[in-house]
Design a protein. Sequence first.
Length: 252
Amino acid sequence: MLIHITRALFVAISMLINGNFAIGTEAVPSRAVVPETVLQRDYRPSPTLNASPPHDAVVLFDGSNLDGWACQKGKNWEEPGGPANWKLISGEVLEAIPGSGSIITKQRFTDFKLHLEFRVLGEKTNGGVYLLARYELNINDSYDNPDGSQCGAFTNLTKTIAPLSSMAAPPMQWQTFDIDFRAPRFDSNNVLTEKARATVALNGAIIHDDVELGNRKGAAKRFGDASSGPIMLQEHGTPYQFRNIWIVDKAR
């Protein structure tokens, strides 16, 4: 009897070591085998993609021309320095030409809602849209880099304001910014009483909720606060694209 028990224990231990255990006449795994999985980021097109401008909007770019834009005048970002010379593609797309300089709207704005669509093209990109030619909302290729500098961050402030979540889409996908901007306020003596504020949606998700935009750093530091200014699209050495740009001037 003792020999039979010992032999049975030996068989059971062997089965455990080999990854199987006998129940009746059927061998089953001793532990579940979990297949390897690869986590991928979910991407859904923006709900405001191809949004039509409302009746009271100023259309800044519809693909047909650059009549509302000018090349910025050197380091003076607020003054036009000649015709905007970015590339028009197929009557729909505006592409930054490396070395051509940034472009600004000929019209100045105060409080507004801005819609624009953009895409990066696979190269490392560091561009942006500047509100009042002062506050940089970054455009870069952060889809596969959620821990790095994020698309949609306000990056040229003395303290960067990171987005609430990483909402960047993959390269070659059209993306949207929907921006609600409130310009700085001044008293009768032109003393600043309130700093600029902005709410921003990237690809339909709020990434900045009524944040205060403070002092600038870098090239924009030399500009003081102002109650109005142009919209600027930055050229920063890499081609990237825009389309369907319109603005509702809330100050009118």
